[in-house]
Design a protein around this ligand. Sequence first.
Ligand SMILES: [Fe+2]
Ligand SMILES: [Fe+2]
Length: 172
Amino acid sequence: MLNQKVEIALNEQVEKEGYSSALYLAMASWAEVKGMPGVAEWLYIQSDEERIHMLKFIKYINERGGKAIVPAFKQPEKEYVSVNKLFDEVLKHEQFISKSINEIVGICVAEKDFTTQNWIQWFVNEQIEEEASVTKILDKLNLIGDSSLYLFDRDIMSLRSESSTGKTAKAT
Ligand SMILES: [Fe+2]
Ligand SMILES: [Fe+2]
């Protein structure tokens, strides 16, 4: 049976991953309307990955004898000031998610739930990758400045690592 404190924390993470998916979907839609298909594609794929993360939490909670709860998600912003600001926000959000995952690890240790602690290690590593990939995008954006957004939009998909392209989205 899943420890109750762990179950609560995992269900909170279901909400956070689901919100991440909605947030990146809103950002993707904004970029698409603004005529940046590359940025939009990157964000649409990111949104799909976050949904898969949410599913991983739901399935794990249920498999371990808990009960996953699918909550309402708050509505993300409709407007973004610039592509730069948008990716700043993505990085801040990923840092927030990393902190949240680390807090779950802490709860697992305190509650001696070493099974979940071991399971969630995948997310600890995933967050390292997520933060690094967004940092790489921000570095590139800062380098090129606002004038070359067209080229940036064309190239952004090449900044995705092999493991996080749409074709190999982590579905397991
Ligand atoms: Fe995630
Ligand atoms: Fe993420």
